[in-house]
Design a protein around this ligand. Sequence first.
Ligand code: HEM
Length: 218
Amino acid sequence: MAPLKRKNPWLQIFKFSLPLILVFGTYHSIATPQVFSLREFVIKGVTHAGLILIACSLALGPIAKFFDAFDTFLHYRKQLGIMGFYYVLLHGFLASLLYLWPDPAFFLRFANSIILGLLSLYLLALCTEWSEVYVIRKVGSKVWRKMLRWMSYSAFVLGLAHIWFIEHQGWEELYFSDPSRFLPPLSLVTFFLGSLVVVGRLGVLVYDIIQSQTKSPQ
Ligand code: HEM
C-alpha cells in the first residue's frame, strides 16, 4: 500500500485564507458606496483575512475545550497565527506607504492608533519567534504556553484598539448617521468578531477559576 501523503498545513491554511480574502473584499465593495476599486478589494480583503486568521488561531483552543469535534483543528493554530501575522504585516507596510508616507500629518492625527498597531505587530513578531521548537525546548512547555497566550492575546487586543481608534469616527459618520448604508462597515464587523474572541477567552478564564476552586480540597 502506498504511504499516506501528509498534507502541508501551511498550504492548507493559505487555501483557507483565499476565500476569506474574496469574501471580505466583496463585502467591502458592496458595503462601501464607491466606484469599485480592485486595489481596495485586495488590500481590505488581505487585512481583514489576517485579523480573522489570528482570531481563529486564538479561538480554537477555547472552542475545542467545549466541543471535541474541533480537536482535529488544534494543530493549525500555529499556521493560522503566523499567516495572519504576515497578512497584517503587509497591511501595516501598505498603509504606511499609502497613508503615512504621502501625508505625515496623518500620523499626528492618528498617532495613538498607529503606535498601538506597531506594538501589536511587534508582539505578533515575538509570538512567531516564540513558536519555534528551540524556544519550547529552552523554556519548557509550561512557561512557553503561558507566555505565548499572554503575548498573542495582548497583541490581538492592541490590534483591536488600533482599529477602534482609527475607525470609530468613520463608523459613526459613515454608518450610524447615514440611513442609506444598509451594511455595516467591514471593519465594524471584524472588530465585533475579534472582540467576541477576547470576551470568550475571558469567559473561559472565569470558568477555569471556578472549576479549579470547586475541585480543590477544602
Ligand atoms: C505598522 C502598523 C500598522 C499601521 C501603520 C496601520 C495603519 C492603518 C491605517 C492607516 C488604517 C486606516 C486605513 C485603512 O483602512 O487601511 C488601518 C486600518 C486597519 N488596521 Fe491597521 N495598521 C497597522 C497595524 C495593524 C495590525 C497589527 C492590525 C491587526 C491586528 C491592523 C488591522 C487593521 C484593520 C482591520 C483596519 C481596518 C481596515 C478597514 O478600513 O477596513 N492594523 N491601519
